[in-house]
Design a protein around this ligand. Structure first.
Ligand SMILES: Nc1ncnc2c1ncn2[C@@H]1O[C@H](COP(=O)(O)OP(=O)(O)OP(=O)(O)O)[C@@H](O)[C@H]1O
Length: 258
């Protein structure tokens, strides 16, 4: 198995008003290619901070993060931005879609940005073709020319997934990908994420939703900046088996103090 993400003794400290807040405390774990992991835990336990530091969105205070064999701490901001652009996809809670661009233009933007990098083999028409393919796959072709305020929450989130996938990332990071969605849209988004994972993309998400986490391969439970436990659920394949997975996850979460 190939390791995609290796995290060793990761610490993150914020200093606010001269007060030191040790948000992540010596966290270590590895993720293999094709894994789908959910991070759960109480509010303020450090889940989003973990997601941001291991993905190079935020700097670590101590420790080491190795992504696809590259140590992120040894890279400059510009080099980290390149790694993010080419190898990582992001789905955020606040979506971060640009208001003055159509859905389609939002999706292709980072695809075109990546064309400027050295060694790039894609063309503009490759990016356009891939955007069309992704939008078709996620069922949002008809929204292409719409403004981001002219689509439903579920469509917007699916557009975010297309945008995150435009550069065919090795790994997808998502912070509450279904947080703002109704249950039907959440189900659609999760089914897309499972499909993307089945196609080989490694996924790490932060979620409070047991139904969402029950569809991942494993769940890591954070308390006060530490990973308190890990539950291996195995690959999710059968919608009928979801109830049972939810039940065992709920039992485990209760043991964890959820
Ligand atoms: N940019 C920042 N500057 C200072 N402190 C921060 C920053 N980001 C997060 N924190 C602090 O780090 C701690 C963990 O926050 P984080 O958002 O990682 O928790 P979380 O587990 O994701 O919470 P939630 O479930 O509520 O989203 C909190 O005490 C928060 O105030």
């Amino acid at each position: 198995m190939t390791t995609v993400l290796k995290v060793r003794d990761l610490c993150k400290t914020y200093i606010v008003n001269k007060q030191q807040n040790n948000v992540l405390k010596n966290i270590s774990f590895t993720l293999n290619e094709g894994e789908f992991v959910s991070i759960m835990g109480p509010s303020g336990s450090g889940k989003s901070t973990l997601l941001y530091t291991v993905s190079g969105m935020d700097r670590l205070t101590a420790g080491e993060v190795e992504f696809d064999g590259i140590s992120l701490s040894g890279l400059s901001e510009k080099q980290i931005a390149e790694v993010r652009l080419h190898k990582m996809g992001f789905i955020f809670q606040q979506m971060h879609m640009l208001k003055n661009l159509s859905i389609y233009d939002n999706i292709i933007l980072s695809g075109f940005q990546a064309l400027k990098s050295n060694g790039n083999k894609r063309t503009r028409s490759d990016v356009n073709g891939y955007a069309d393919k992704l939008m078709k796959k996620l069922g949002i072709v008809e929204t292409a020319t719409h403004d981001i305020t002219e689509v439903s929450g579920g469509q917007l989130q699916r557009a975010c997934i297309c945008r995150a996938l435009i550069n065919q990332p090795k790994m997808l990071f998502a912070d509450e990908p279904t947080g703002a969605l109704n249950s039907k849209a959440a189900k659609e988004v999760m089914s897309e994420l499972c499909q993307i994972n089945e196609d080989g993309t490694t996924i790490m998400i932060v979620t409070h939703d047991v139904k969402v986490a029950a569809q991942s391969d494993k769940v890591m439970y954070m308390v006060d900046g530490n990973i308190q436990g890990e539950l291996k659920l195995g690959k999710f394949s059968d919608e009928n088996g979801l109830r049972e997975r939810e039940r065992s996850l709920n039992r485990w979460l209760m043991d964890m103090g959820w």
